[in-house]
Structure formats: structure tokens, C-alpha cells
Design a protein around this ligand. Sequence first.
Ligand code: VGL
Ligand code: ZN
Length: 199
Amino acid sequence: MSRRPALLVVDVQNDFCPGGALGVPEGDRIIPRINRTIKLFVRRGLPVLATRDWHPRVTRHFKEFGGAWPPHCVQGTKGARFHPKLTLPEGAVILSKGMDPDQDSYSGFQALSLQGRDLESVIRDLGIDEVFLCGLATDYCVRATVLDALRRGLRVRVLGDAIRGVDLHPGDSERAVKEMRQAGAPFVETRGLASSLPG
Ligand code: VGL
Ligand code: ZN
């Protein structure tokens, strides 16, 4: 059976980049690498998916209402937009998560497409059997999405030079990387990726 990978770009939004409400250090540095990788997938006719954190103004995810975070990625605000330098292709599948005001949801598998489909059904419908994953943040959404993908029996590769973490507690990102590797997600670099893609 032929392999069919997709690229999953996680939460590359203004609020997660330097200057944003929850700026991840160097969060914007990964964007040129992601853009080059997007081109590789588009040229081969392989799907590109992108998640976004998409919160209501009032949610238990935010400090003010008992959560861990300053307000960020509030639906419809500039902070919630994809970073302007990110070049998502026409036809990219956009999935939103974090809409439930009563819970934290970090995994892309809790996200819904604009048509209301969840990530797993989108992946199955597109005939994808392997996900290459990049984006923000290593210790939250990237980690949770990678572990969930593995639990669902998908092959996952993490683009190690195209992720960055929040590190709310020092060492969080490093621990997340170890955890993802141990769970069965190999790390690869964006450079030289062309040779490991079909077509
Ligand atoms: C995330 C912190 C708060 C993430 C979302 O998507 O990684 N991190 N909300
Ligand atoms: Zn959030």
C-alpha cells in the first residue's frame, strides 16, 4: 500500500509568537521552515492541515476564570489570526480547538474543521496514514497532538527544528520531546525532508 503523508501545522498564531499575549520564545523563527515544508507537500499534491487555538472570551482556560493562561487566541481577534508570514496554501484544512469554555483542550484531535468534522475523520477521509507535525507549542498542543495521533494508530514524525515551546516550568519542552520520542514519534529535520516524501 502506498504511503500518504500530510503536514499538520499546529497553532502558528500571532498570540503564540513574540509580541503576542502568550508569546513563545522564537515562535516566529520556525515559520520560514514551515513555509518551505508546506511547498514540498503542495508540490506533491499532499494535504496541508492547520490547527488554531480558538477561545471564547470567557473560558476556564484563562487565569481570570481559574485557568493557567493569560487571555490569548480569542475568536475573531488579531491575536488569534495565523501569523502573517505563514503561507498556508489554498485548500489547507483549518481546524479550531479550545471553544469549550469549561475545559482546556490542547490536542488537535479535539479540533473541528470549518465544516464541523474532527481531525481524525478528516485524516481518514483524506486517506492519510502518516502525519508530519510542526508548530507551537512543543510542551502543550504539539505534545498532546502527537501523543493522541500515536494512540489512534497513526504514524507521526515531528519536525524537530520547526517546533518551539512555552516552558512555563523550565525543562517542560525538553521533557515533552523525550516523551514524544519514547511514545514512538521519531524526530526529523525540515532540511532534507524531500527525500523522505513519496512522489
Ligand atoms: C496552547 C497554551 C495555551 C497550545 C494553547 O496550543 O500549545 N498552549 N493554549
Ligand atoms: Zn489556549
